[in-house]
Design a protein around this ligand. Structure first.
Ligand SMILES: C[S@@+](CC[C@H](N)C(=O)[O-])C[C@H]1O[C@@H](n2cnc3c(N)ncnc32)[C@H](O)[C@@H]1O
Length: 399
């Protein structure tokens, strides 16, 4: 039963309390319906008491489907007790809860039980210690109009030199992976099979420019697929570079592509520990912050909905790979949905998003669809033409 403190009042430390007003006359039928509803639940988890012209809901945990179902069943035998639906609606409106075996848990879900003096220990360890002695200026600048909502053809390292410090809010990109893909270009322009040292040296020169032009509190999100077959952990090497440059590693999103059509095993390694070859159906999104984990922005310009937020902060995203690469004539595109999620989760409406390896313009297209400004840069004239063509017919579809 609900545990009471003193004169019959349940202990508020053990329950989330909601008061649901009852419109109009309250009759005996309401009391009977409330009693019938209570019988569907363990009273230690969920219990409703009538309190004059309102219902007191004492809530520890509940499965929302069971609650909706119980309300409808009770209404079947007490058809006038429609105010019960208000209980269901009020519980659904609570946005802070944990999950416990399919039930929403409303009390104690964020208690740190195991670690005593947690904050003191965080201080002693040194939170993101590798990034704390940065020298990033806090003043942000506007991106000059000539670069806003543009696709610029050129080498990113050179194009980015023309931008002021601290002038873009989010960088989202997928660099050339050095897998030997056949990109457009004459080989010297877009060579995708260099020796690794010179590949990373060039990539890091571009990323250093990205860090410079990124606003204080801005984010860089890099989609990267390591070259597993050559044992090159590009995601670790790139992450190390950003951390050496004093960016805070915010986290890593696993992009599950369900891409199972890779060969099953290396020749000679079947059922042998001699050299089993590991298989991957996913890529990584490495997320970094400049100077601060918190990004400035107007809450009115936060446009992600509650359900997407809840799903996407779980950092494993199932998103199908781009299927229109032949149509757009590019061999290594990511899908618009990936860019859309990154922008909704990590930027505000109206922010400037930069993609320094823009390819067929996927980031720019996704940005325009959801009311972000953008700058896309690619070394290939052909890909820039494709990106501009994709953009030409789009209008912002604000969500
Ligand atoms: C993995 S693709 C990006 C594809 C893009 N995310 C899309 O969905 O279309 C990498 C791109 O980087 C471009 N690139 C390579 N080196 C570059 C450089 N130095 N400056 C600008 N773009 C470059 C290539 O032409 C290629 O289009």
């Amino acid at each position: 039963m609900i545990r009471s403190q003193g004169a019959g009042v349940p202990d508020p430390a053990k329950y989330r309390h909601l008061s649901v007003p009852l419109p109009g006359e309250v009759d005996e039928g309401t009391d009977a319906a409330v009693a019938a509803l209570n019988r569907h639940f363990n009273p230690d988890d969920f219990h409703v008491l009538r309190n004059g012209a309102s219902l007191d809901v004492w809530l520890r945990q509940v499965d929302l489907d069971c609650l909706a179902d119980a309300v409808e069943r009770v209404l079947g035998s007490h058809p006038t007790a429609l105010p019960l639906r208000r209980i269901d609606a009020a519980v659904r409106k609570i946005h802070s809860y944990g999950i416990n075996g399919g039930k929403r848990l409303y009390v104690g879900y964020n208690r740190e039980r195991k670690v005593v003096d947690r904050l003191g220990k965080v201080r002693r360890r040194g939170k993101h210690y590798y990034a704390n002695d940065h020298a990033f200026a806090r003043e942000n600048a506007a991106l000059p109009g000539a670069f806003v909502d543009r696709v610029v053809c050129g080498d990113s390292e050179e194009v980015l030199r023309q931008l002021p410090d601290n002038s873009v809010d989010l960088v989202f990109t997928s660099p050339p992976y050095n897998f030997g893909l056949e990109y457009d270009g004459d080989g010297s322009k877009s060579d995708d099979a260099r020796d690794w040292e010179s590949y990373f040296a060039k990539l890091f020169r571009v990323f250093d420019e990205c860090i410079r032009v990124l606003a204080f509190g801005g984010r860089i999100v890099v989609n990267v697929q390591p070259l597993f077959s050559d044992y090159i952990p590009s995601h670790h090497i790139i992450s190390n570079h950003f951390m050496r440059r004093r960016l805070i590693w915010k986290g890593e999103i696993l992009w599950e592509k369900h891409n199972y059509n890779c060969k099953y095993t290396a020749w000679g390694s079947w059922k042998s520990p001699a050299s089993p070859y590991l298989k991957y159906t996913w890529e990584y999104l490495e997320v970094f912050c400049k100077g601060d984990l918190r990004k400035a922005g107007q809450s009115a310009n936060a446009d992600i909905d509650a359900e997407s937020f809840k799903q996407w902060v779980v950092a494993k995203w199932s998103v199908a790979p781009e299927r229109r690469m032949t149509e757009f004539g590019h061999p290594a595109m990511f899908p618009e949905e990936l860019a859309r999620r990154v922008m909704l989760l990590f930027s505000f409406r109206g922010d400037v998003v930069l993609d320094p390896f823009a390819g067929a313009g996927t980031t720019c297209v996704a940005a325009r669809r959801i009311g972000r400004r953008f700058l896309g840069i690619d070394v290939s004239e052909e890909y820039c033409r494709t990106a501009r063509r994709r953009l030409a017919d789009l209008q912002p579809e604000l969500i």
